[in-house]
Write a new protein. Structure first.
Length: 128
């Protein structure tokens, strides 16, 4: 009985410097950023894709990005709801603005790490 050589799956390499890799975690981050121009619809698409892709990561570094993206959505959503209720007393506008900034910063950080094919250092965090 002869042994057949095992096929190995190639490890995807980060893109060359100066190029842009449109990988799945980057797509989710771009959808989050685009939600500020689309009225929030792409934010929902992004979190649905993150939940779908979370169960089928292609590389180890991607799993941390999906958890981070899902937490980003829920953090932004929760802060926005609190901000809406507190807008009656005026402080809600500041909370909503803070939520917007936090979602943008977290999406950009995720995208930068995804471009380097690096995992998120603390995906379970509720802060940056």
């Amino acid at each position: 009985m002869t042994e057949q050589p095992q096929e190995s799956t190639p490890t995807p390499q980060p893109p060359a410097p100066g190029s842009f890799d449109l990988n799945q975690p980057t797509v989710v981050a771009l959808l989050y950023i685009a939600s500020f121009f689309s009225g929030g619809l792409t934010n929902l698409v992004g979190v649905v894709l993150a939940y779908i892709w979370k169960g089928q990561p292609k590389a180890e570094w991607e799993a941390s990005h999906y958890e981070y993206s899902i937490r980003t959505f829920w953090l932004g959503f929760g802060l926005s709801i609190i901000g809406i209720f507190l807008s009656i007393i005026g402080i809600g506008i500041l909370i909503i603005f803070g939520a917007l900034v936090l979602v943008i910063v977290r999406a950009v950080l995720s995208m930068l790490k995804a471009q380097k094919h690096e995992p998120m250092p603390n995906p379970g965090s509720w802060t940056i």
